[in-house]
Design a protein around this ligand. Structure first.
Ligand code: NAD
Length: 260
């Protein structure tokens, strides 16, 4: 379905991003993966993408909090593949603390990685997408892009922000064969959530099992974690021609969370 297209997926060495990179490669797209982690594990993922699906897979270690590194990554992808047709803004971090105790440097890092990086990648990708008259941008927001919870001020501000950025980019590109959408997952069991379980346990003074049941999945009516493959499947759908008229949307994959 995506043969001949090329994608950049930020924060794809783990969790949701890795699942999206695998799903795009399975559809025939070349993929540039990005993120931190163990060098051998990253190379294993890159080579798995290339060999399982006969696509060109590259890795960039660009830090999404650094605009100059983002620019270099986007230029590298364009040089390696000839185009960036698909951009998945997925890199994200979390920190949990009451707003009056929230460390200012954590606020800055979350805003930079979870929100501003998507501005920098999008502005680098759009000129080529406009020239070619085709592009797909998928921003991985969160249920926390639509509703709030306590102790996550920076994350929620950034995720509400990326939903707003999504709408603006969609309006600006609506007549150019480009779509820009946000996916708003509920809780997905990935390393990011594993860490939150521990942080929330501290913030609420509760044992781990109770945090899972009473704090995390309390708001998720399905009482099930979302699977990374479900977020990846929607991303692939949004990249296809069948989704050409879906733009500016914030699509929930949250077991009913924001229906409440
Ligand atoms: P994860 O921790 O498994 O993966 C995060 C990825 O981002 C990793 O590849 C990491 O290396 C990368 N990353 C972190 N900081 C970076 C930086 N400065 N530069 C480049 N890469 C960086 O997390 P995940 O759960 O897969 O989260 C992926 C996205 O999905 C995030 O934007 C997150 O907010 C969002 N999300 C997650 C959930 C969930 O429940 N897991 C729910 C809603 C939204």
């Amino acid at each position: 379905m995506l043969k001949g297209k090329s994608a950049v997926v930020t924060g794809s060495t783990s969790g949701i991003g890795a699942a999206i990179a695998r799903a795009l490669a399975a559809q025939g797209a070349n993929v540039m993966i990005n993120g931190f982690g163990d060098a051998a594990a990253i190379e294993a993922l890159r080579s798995e993408l290339e060999h399982s699906h006969r696509v060109n897979a590259r890795y960039s270690g660009a830090d999404m909090s650094k605009p100059a590194e983002i620019q270099t990554m986007m230029a590298e992808a364009e040089r390696a593949f000839g185009a960036v047709d698909i951009l998945i803004n997925n890199a994200g971090i979390q920190f949990v603390a009451p707003v009056d105790e929230f460390p200012a440097e954590k606020w800055d890092a979350i805003l930079a990685i979870n929100l501003s990086s998507a501005f920098h990648t999008t502005r680098a990708a759009l000129p080529g997408m406009k020239r070619r008259g085709w592009g797909r941008i998928v921003n991985i927001a969160s249920a926390h892009g639509l509703v709030a919870s306590p102790y996550k001020s920076a994350y929620i501000a950034a995720k509400h922000g990326i939903v707003g950025l999504t709408k603006t980019v969609a309006l600006e590109t609506a007549r150019q064969g480009i779509t820009c959408n946000a996916i708003c997952p509920g809780y997905v069991l990935t390393p990011l959530v594993e860490k939150q379980i521990d942080d929330q346990a501290q913030a609420h003074g509760l044992p781990r099992e109770e945090v899972i049941e009473k704090v995390l999945l309390e708001r998720q009516p399905s009482k099930q974690f979302v699977q990374v493959e479900e977020v990846a499947a929607l991303s692939v759908f949004l990249c296809g021609d069948g989704a050409a008229s879906i733009t500016g949307a914030a699509l929930s994959v949250d077991g009913g969370w924001v229906a409440q």
